[in-house]
Design a protein around this ligand. Structure first.
Ligand code: C2O
Length: 535
């Protein structure tokens, strides 16, 4: 194993897209930021130096950070931010994971431009469990706004209404030729007839679940969230913010130019955000004058596709990579996912939207939760987050407009070390319906079941897949439905869990788990590094 060192300089840079230039926050002046290349077993040291006028914090999305929450990154959860002019070195081991993950700013909405890929190659001499690709490339999907993303974030708070949707979707930071002034801002990859390409696709968008496909070509899904899957072939993939998907692309069509495209999956009828980002797959020797062909992506509201696509995702569950699904559950949790309206005297309508789990909208603390836990600082958080909702109702019945008493608070749930946990996330019809990609820090979990309507504890568990369910770190809770996940709480520390739609996180759709130390000396949270940013 090697130690890989990276220097991340947080810098503001002027970037022009869609006929306008604006300053954006970047790592090393690059957008998207640099890729971290490591091998399973390596140690990584990333020194982050903040030269920008924003506080900064970087999260290594999907890395488990065993006993090492200090390197996890969410601001005010595992650390205080890196102030302007300061540095912090994130140090972590990449153990027991291989595949594609990503890193992103975990403060304000800065991850819109501060993000990049993490590529973890398998251990030397260990081949992929699928045909060896000839080449590989990262494909980061994102969103672009004309105005500063921090202005967009503030719109939501000021008006108490959702802010502007983005002005473009992007592929590797580029919207592609369907947008004005974007001919030169088009991602292109050259392919050679007969060769196989591994595409490492990352959804770095702030608020949109996306379809992605390449005209005339099938994609073979082989991995999601750095977990190998049973391979399956599809014309399009569906990928939520936070998720990663590795696919094989075979250049086996008539040599030509083909568009790759990404556009949102919208099951919210109110939204009209349908801006399609495109890039080009160009066969070697084909001139740029040949017009590219557009792929057929599912319709924006194709819920059927979404459900059947997600059903196809299964862990590889081979002898080498078994799916170790917890069969017995020590702790059953049931969280409703909903929206409410709270009084807001400064807002235009006198109310603002809030989002909640079990009707609790999470309030960020002023110091890191992990510090409070580790140093036993009282009064920062409570550990009385309820295991189930206070009131039961027909969660997915007729839309309710009443605010079902949203409380605010910094309330966490405490989990015993090594206990097995089942969490059912139940969407509700309060105000609106929307699918939510939930991300748990510090863990992968198994998605043992999902369904439309209300979860039925008497019937649904009998239908769980406990053999080869997909294992991942971010999962969609379907509109008007539920998702059940299981994990073993074997990583001590404080771990954030939130909707990866930035808008909803901001409205309070988040909480955290305090996982207690085990009794062994190697089952406790490690001491914090000396340069951990002070609060
Ligand atoms: Cu990718 Cu807490 O985030």
């Amino acid at each position: 194993a090697a130690t890989k060192k990276y220097q991340f300089d947080i810098q503001v840079k002027n970037v022009s897209r869609l006929c306008h230039a604006k300053p954006i926050v970047t790592v090393n002046g690059r957008f998207p930021g640099p890729t971290i290349y490591v091998r399973e077993g390596d140690r990584v040291l990333v020194n982050v130096t903040n030269h920008a006028q924003y506080n900064m914090s970087i999260h290594w999305h999907g890395l488990k950070q065993y006993r090492n929450g200090w390197a996890d990154g969410p601001a005010y959860v595992t650390q205080c931010p890196i102030q302007t002019g300061s540095s912090y070195t994130y140090g972590f081991n990449v153990t027991g994971q291989r595949g594609t993950l990503w890193w992103h700013a975990h403060i304000l909405w800065l991850r819109a431009t501060v993000h990049g890929a993490i590529v973890i190659m398998p251990k030397q001499g260990t081949p992929f469990p699928f045909p060896q690709p000839d080449r590989e490339t990262e494909i980061l999907l994102g969103e672009w706004w004309h105005i500063d993303v921090e202005e967009v974030e503030k719109q939501g708070n000021k008006n108490g209404l959702p802010p502007n949707t983005s002005d473009a979707h992007t592929i590797n930071g580029k919207p592609g030729p369907l947008f004005p002034c974007s001919e030169k801002h088009t991602f292109a990859m050259e392919v050679e007839q007969g060769k196989t390409y591994l595409l490492r696709i990352i959804n770095a968008a702030l608020n949109d679940e996306l379809f992605f496909g390449i005209a005339g070509h099938n994609l073979t899904v082989v991995e999601v969230d750095a977990v190998y899957t049973k391979p399956f072939t599809t014309q399009s993939i569906l990928i939520a913010p936070g998720q990663t998907t590795n696919v094989l692309l075979k250049a086996n069509q008539v040599p030509g130019r083909y568009f790759m495209a990404a556009r949102p999956f919208l099951d919210v009828p109110l939204s009209v955000d349908n801006k399609t980002a495109t890039g080009i797959v160009q066969y070697r020797g084909i001139p740029n004058t040949v017009l590219p062909v557009l792929p057929q992506l599912p319709n924006p509201n194709d819920t059927k596709f979404a459900l059947s696509y997600n059903k196809k995702l299964r862990s590889l569950d081979s002898q080498q990579f078994p799916a170790n699904v917890p069969l017995k559950v020590d702790r059953n949790l049931f969280y409703t996912v909903g929206f409410g309206k709270d009084p807001c005297p400064t807002c235009v309508n006198g109310t603002r939207l809030v989002a909640s789990l079990n009707n609790i909208s999470f309030e960020m603390p002023k110091i890191g939760l992990l510090q409070a836990h580790y140093f036993n600082i009282k009064g920062v958080y409570r550990t009385d987050f309820p295991d189930r909702p206070q009131t039961t109702f027909n969660y997915t019945g007729a839309p309710l407009t009443a605010n079902l008493g949203t409380l605010t608070g910094t309330r966490l749930s405490k989990l015993a070390f090594n206990s097995t946990v089942e969490l059912v996330l139940q969407d509700t019809n309060l105000l609106t319906v929307e699918s939510h990609p939930f991300h748990l820090h510090g863990y992968n979990f198994f998605v043992v079941g999902t369904g439309i309507g209300n979860f039925d504890p008497a019937k649904d568990p009998a239908k769980y897949n406990l053999v080869d369910p997909i294992e991942r770190n971010t999962v969609g809770v379907p509109t008007g439905g539920w998702t059940a996940i299981r994990f073993r709480a074997d990583n001590p520390g404080v771990w954030f869990m939130h909707c990866h739609l930035e808008l909803h996180t901001g409205w309070g759709l988040k909480t955290a788990f305090v996982v207690e130390d085990g009794s062994g000396s190697d089952q406790t949270v490690m001491p914090p590094p000396k340069d951990l940013p002070p609060c």
